[in-house]
Design a protein around this ligand. Sequence first.
Ligand code: SF4
Ligand code: SF4
Length: 342
Amino acid sequence: MSLWILDKGAVAPLVNALRADYRVIGPQAKGPKFVFDPIEDPAQLRLDYNTTILPPKKVLQPPEERLATFSMGSEPRVAPVVEAEPTVLLGVHTCDLHAIQLLDKVFSTDYPDAHYLERRQQTIIFSIECLEPCDEHSFCKSMGTLTAGEGYDVHLTDLGLAYAADVATEAGKALLTRYGTVREATDADVRRLNEVMGAKWPRFTYRLNFDAAELPALLSMAYDHPLWDELGERCYACGACTIVCPTCYCFNVFDETNMALTEGERWRRWDSCQLDEFARVAGGENFRAARAARQRHRFMRKGKYIYEKIGELGCVGCGRCIRACIPKINIVDGFNTIHGGG
Ligand code: SF4
Ligand code: SF4
């Protein structure tokens, strides 16, 4: 839509101005790691972060949320609860941006999710171009998420002393120009942006030994692959890999009631297909009791099932599940093993 220049010295005043009217959330340090949390002071904002423990998904689909209240008196009543507020989400990396686009599709397909969609509608995204891999576990280049052409309101690229701000929506333009001090990009700025973008690509390597587009077909032939038993032996069933994943969206629904069972609240909480009880159903049956079957299910979700549902692979190559796994189960190695047939 248009390209603007935001001097680095103008970022803090922009954040302060936004905070007057919006909840502003961005990456900030937490010990040696980074998290997405509300920005109380612009000095907290770390646009130079590598990766965060949890993805920005948590802003749009909170780990736990109230869905409805109900009462069971003579006139039973159910009242939906949709909690959303105007939010600016800063510093979203392109892998997480692709994941948010995936969630947008998931939560608007089949059964539109009013809770997610209302929060999404009230969220303006300032994403940022990654100029270096987060660490050795990133495989965004293999998954085609190393950059993004859509899904953001404003996309920032670090030019050194300033950010190039690619404005994609009217909402983004309004925020940037009303709350910030920016100028339109010149030809020299565009040349600098092209240099920066050209220099970034060689810094990233392909980690998959094949084209990710082959994943659905490869996994179709791998249902009985010995890999699943091997991973099942090593897996602790802790669920960390799914909790940190920007594209995992499964949740559990439960009710909190008063002692008389006359009033209550319906809640939902993130769930994990890797937990022992995830697939336990009425009567005590568990249709995915073996850890090997649950590992297979996770890989199938990422490389096949989500693709079959919405036409996009369910993995954006962020590497969080690899970093989080204590026994070092590595999804890249798993995919490469399946491709190698061994
Ligand atoms: S993080 Fe690792 S050990 Fe934990 S459930 Fe996932 S694969 Fe298994
Ligand atoms: S499966 Fe792992 S690498 Fe892929 S998106 Fe989820 S956390 Fe990131």
